[in-house]
Write a protein that binds this ligand. Structure first.
Ligand code: CP
Length: 327
């Protein structure tokens, strides 16, 4: 799916943020650097900058979310925007109004940005094709396709701990097949220069033709984890599985669940990540999830600064580095 025709403007700047695919290293680095400048705002006693004052941002979540929805809301508020959270169960879409009619009504209220999560791949792109020229659309996760802000907050977290992407070996473990997060992470890491990306999981949860993604495939967890710098665990996305793709959760944990003992084959300073929500005792032991090497809650915190960066850049409001200094 190619989005470059609409996600960048004629100067190559972000207008919408729909996918990592096709974005270059300079732009991804600019987003990470901008997020770095915003992380200072989050630490201030008054956690606000006026960059999006007078703008209205709508959270349009057609699928459940805890972390993404709330961190987008916090990010928008820290940029001084007004935020609407549309509850789709109580909105007129539940009375048969089409998605486009809902959108056009919100645009008639002069909303400036839509943050979209949807179970259908391509939903954010569809919406971006139909909004007026001054409106931006940010993809907060569409089906199995992409979750670009999650991938960037993960890159931000990796960069904080490991500094140089070009020296890393990273393993992504679990349900790669159904994971929009894994797809976006692989595109981000490839673009940022990670030389070795491994995917580890049972055959049934690895996409066909994984070589087209530029990754190395492992079916044995210990083999795949040996010597890695970063371990990214994924949730089993049962809501996206057609029929039984696993013998049982108990068996899955035995083979692919991360324990302290299996983690011992990684580099001694390897970090453990998970986009959440975690299923303890399925993807990983609580001792690992809550252990010294886990950076899972840091990922959540970093989501605010990264989403501030993406929203402000899509509104083309400031040059890189100016954000933290503004009051
Ligand atoms: N990582 C993530 O997308 O979590 P939520 O589903 O809670 O937003």
């Amino acid at each position: 799916m190619i989005h470059q025709d609409i996600q960048l403007d004629e100067n190559g700047r972000l207008r919408h943020f729909l996918t990592i695919e096709g974005l270059n290293r300079a732009l991804l680095t600019e987003i990470l650097d901008t997020a770095e400048s915003f992380s200072g705002v989050t630490a201030q006693s008054v956690k606000k900058v006026p960059l999006l004052r007078g703008k209205t941002i709508v959270n349009l979540f057609f699928e459940a979310s805890t972390r993404t929805r709330t961190t987008f809301e916090l990010a928008a508020k820290r940029l001084s925007a007004d935020v609407l959270n549309l509850s789709l169960s109580t909105s007129a879409t539940s009375k048969g109004e089409t998605l486009l009619d809902t959108l056009h009504n919100l645009e008639a209220m002069h909303c400036d940005m839509f943050i979209v999560r949807h179970s259908e791949s391509g939903a954010a792109h569809f919406i971006a094709q139909h909004v007026s020229p001054h409106t931006s659309v940010i993809n907060a996760g569409d089906g199995q396709h992409a979750h670009p802000t999650q991938a960037l907050l993960d890159m931000f977290t990796i960069r904080r701990h490991k500094l140089d992407f070009t020296r890393l070996t990273v393993a992504i473990v679990g349900d790669i097949l159904h994971s929009r997060v894994a797809r976006s992470q692989i595109h981000a890491m490839t673009t940022l220069g990670v030389p070795e990306i491994r995917v580890i999981g049972p055959q049934t949860l690895i996409p066909v033709k994984p070589e087209s993604l530029g990754v190395h495939v492992y079916h044995d967890l210990r083999d795949g984890l040996r010597g890695v710098d970063v371990v990214i665990m994924l949730r089993l996305q049962k809501e996206r599985m057609l029929g039984a793709m696993l013998p049982s959760e108990h068996e899955y944990f035995r083979l692919y669940g991360l324990t302290e003992e299996k983690l011992a084959v990684t580099k001694p300073d390897a970090i453990v990540m998970h986009p959440g929500p975690i299923n303890r005792g399925v993807e990983m032991d609580s001792a690992v999830a809550d252990g010294q090497r886990s950076v899972i809650l840091q990922q959540v915190t970093h989501g605010i600064a990264v989403r501030m960066a993406v929203m402000s850049m899509a509104m083309q409001r400031h040059p890189v580095g100016a954000a933290a200094g503004e009051k």
